[in-house]
Ligand binder design. Structure first.
Ligand SMILES: *[C@@H]1O[C@H](CO)[C@@H](O)[C@H](O)[C@H]1NC(C)=O
Ligand SMILES: *[C@@H]1O[C@H](CO)[C@@H](O)[C@H](O)[C@H]1NC(C)=O
Length: 603
């Protein structure tokens, strides 16, 4: 991927600078593919130059004298050059180690990737027959490295990324490198993970972050899993989960994306590329050119991507601005799709650990959530307000006006007090619930579709209702019916919009309830309310005969009880019936509400 980005940059610079060439040797844009911007094809001839080394085996911190010189007898001098060392078998991972100069008049250091001096180039197009530089073996060197060079004889005659000699780390044999993720790895066999990871040691010898809670990647394929354990001076990570493109995790100082240390396992055709990256803002991660990951291994099965690698606790020695693993971070677990190894934005909110965790700290079974607490409360408040308190308040106003004719509550009619209390509660819950997403986002969310627009309309209507109610004309006023209709109209519109907003809300990325299960529960919730309304309405119009229904509900009761019902005024009989319906409605309503609140608290 890094090389792709470099390629793009290189094409862009080629386009912008066509005709120009870099006789000053400041060719950092050629770091990746080592191509000079000459607009001609490299020479098909065998290059008349090669690199020789003063030693072919190295230790950490060693210096190797690298000489680029003419090899063919009578070969022509060269004008331009670029030298880099690449990990063998991981050439497209960029330059490794750094150089120091021997002759500053003909050579200069370049910064490729994050490492200063990781490449050397010419200073001018003066004719040269030999150039010497010193390569310093980095900490954590690869098992073997290969020096690569580009040499320019004339503007139109040059050779690109010519493989030079190989040097190996002492004590290792130059064999196929471990699980590589590079384009030239097709000839080597990457380390294959023998079996799925296990959650067995979670909390005892390794820390784990899992979604769903306590799932086991060894037995469930629908398990997003991250584990880490300290091994000496490094940390061993295991990452797996169902994904069609990539699985990743990030270390973050806050619960926001941005300035995060990211680790990616990206599917590319039939391979998994494992890399470290850095996310600067809410943007695409920038892949680190210098690879800091070791012992990489991966597997793919049943749509699950699985990878493991090791990283040193601190990478200061590599001059990499990557996070120290002995500090505490929030852990983000994300997955998504990828195309040709290039990742797309995650399609679900990442799972974020509930607290910051020191990566090298004591093993812990971590829990996380894909949804921020503020948005969970937003959802719960809106559900309570618009599915429970508002419906109950409306039922009281519509069907209980004539009941409790003798009694009053705090000096007002009972139905009115109940209605007013529930509606005030609705407005308060809506106001609080309304503010929460703005606190969380710090502004307007562009990704939320029409949900926030509906929400604002509902909020406005919810505020108009109590004002309208306070200014209502007296009951005997001729304007009273107008108020009644407006109050009913605005309330009904608010309720319909609120229900629509809730349906959209449970599909929002930041509060994504499990579909279709949650959608079904919410639909049931709405139907339950409509059904109660229908029964009340039919009853109030006399379609449900109070005597018959009362008898039905009173079945098995004493005869005098039945007589008492039948002898009372019909309105009072209806009252008993309405109370029963209200009770049944509330039981169902609260059950639906708690089911949804449970779903919200579990995402
Ligand atoms: C340069 O030398 C190395 C070994 O020293 C050899 O493997 C490589 O093929 C040579 N390259 C060229 C272009 O002669
Ligand atoms: C890291 O940077 C420092 C100062 O910039 C330099 O002295 C040191 O040689 C660099 N180390 C490596 C491995 O590049």
């Amino acid at each position: 991927m890094a090389s792709k980005i470099q390629m793009t940059l290189w094409l862009l610079t080629l386009y912008l600078n066509s005709g120009e060439c870099f006789s000053n040797g400041k060719v950092t844009q050629a770091c990746g593919d080592m191509k000079p911007e000459h607009g001609h094809d490299p020479s098909p001839q065998t290059p008349p130059y090669n690199i020789t080394l003063d030693k072919y085996q190295y230790h950490v911190g060693d210096q190797i004298r690298v000489t680029l010189s003419i090899t063919a007898p009578g070969g022509s001098y060269f004008k331009g050059f670029l030298i880099e060392a690449r990990a063998q078998g991981k050439r497209d991972r960029g330059a490794v180690g750094s150089f120091i100069l021997v002759d500053t008049s003909i050579s200069q250091l370049l910064t490729c990737g994050h490492t200063q001096g990781s490449a050397v180039s010419h200073t001018s197009d003066a004719k040269k027959s030999e150039v010497q530089v010193i390569w310093i073996v980095p900490d954590n060197p690869p098992a073997s490295i290969q020096f690569m060079f580009t040499a320019v004889q004339k503007y139109k005659i040059y050779w690109v990324m010519v493989p030079g000699p190989v040097a190996t780390l002492k004590g290792t044999t130059a064999g196929p490198p471990p699980a590589t993720t590079t384009t030239d790895s097709t000839t080597t066999s990457p380390a294959v993970l023998p079996s799925p990871f296990s959650a067995k040691d979670c909390g005892t010898s390794k820390s784990c972050l899992r979604d769903p809670v306590n799932c086991d990647p060894g037995t469930e394929s629908l398990c997003h899993f991250l584990s880490f354990r300290t091994v000496g001076q490094s940390v061993q990570f295991e990452l797996s989960g169902p994904a069609d493109g990539y699985v990743s995790f990030a270390l973050s100082l806050d619960k926001w994306m941005g300035n995060d240390d990211v680790y990616l396992c990206v599917k590319n055709e039939d391979r998994v590329e494992i890399s470290a990256a850095y996310v600067v803002g809410r943007t695409h991660p920038e892949v680190a050119t210098e690879n800091a990951l070791r012992d990489t291994a991966w597997a793919m099965y049943d749509g699950v991507i699985q990878c493991s690698f090791r990283r040193d606790i601190d990478l200061d020695r590599l001059n990499q601005s990557r996070f120290h693993l002995d500090h505490s971070y929030f852990l983000f677990l994300a997955h998504g799709s990828a195309e040709h190894g290039v990742i797309h934005r995650h399609n679900r909110q990442p799972l974020i650990s509930s607290h910051q965790k020191a990566i090298t700290g004591t093993p812990e079974d971590l829990s996380g959530s894909r949804s921020p607490l503020l948005l969970k409360f937003h959802g719960i408040f809106m559900l309570v307000a618009w599915m429970t308190t508002v419906s109950t308040g409306v039922i009281f106003a519509r069907y209980f006006k004539l009941d409790w004719p003798e009694s009053s509550l705090f000096g007002q009619r009972v139905w009115f007090q109940v209605h007013r209390a529930l509606m005030v509660l609705t407005v308060v819950l809506t106001c609080v619930g309304f503010i929460l997403p703005f606190i969380y986002r710090g502004g307007w969310s562009k990704r939320a579709g029409s949900h926030p627009y509906l929400g604002c309309t509902v909020m406005a209507l919810a505020l108009i209702q109590p004002i309208m109610a306070l200014l209502r004309p007296p009951p005997d006023s001729s304007k009273r019916p107008i108020f009644n209709w407006m109050h009913l109209g605005a309330g009904t519109i608010a309720q319909i919009l609120a229900v629509a907003a809730i349906f959209l809300g449970i599909h929002q990325q930041a509060l994504l309830l499990p579909a279709p299960w949650a959608t079904g529960v919410l639909a049931g919730f709405v139907v339950w309310g409509l059904l109660a309304d229908l029964v009340f309405e039919l009853h109030s119009r006399g379609y449900l005969l109070p005597e018959i229904t009362a008898q039905f509900f009173a079945a098995g009761r004493q005869a005098e009880d039945k007589r008492a019902i039948l002898s009372g005024p019909s309105e009072r009989n209806g009252f008993r019936f309405r109370r029963i319906i209200l009770g049944v409605f509330l039981c169902g309503n609260v059950t639906f509400l708690f089911t949804l609140i449970t779903l919200i608290s579990n995402v």
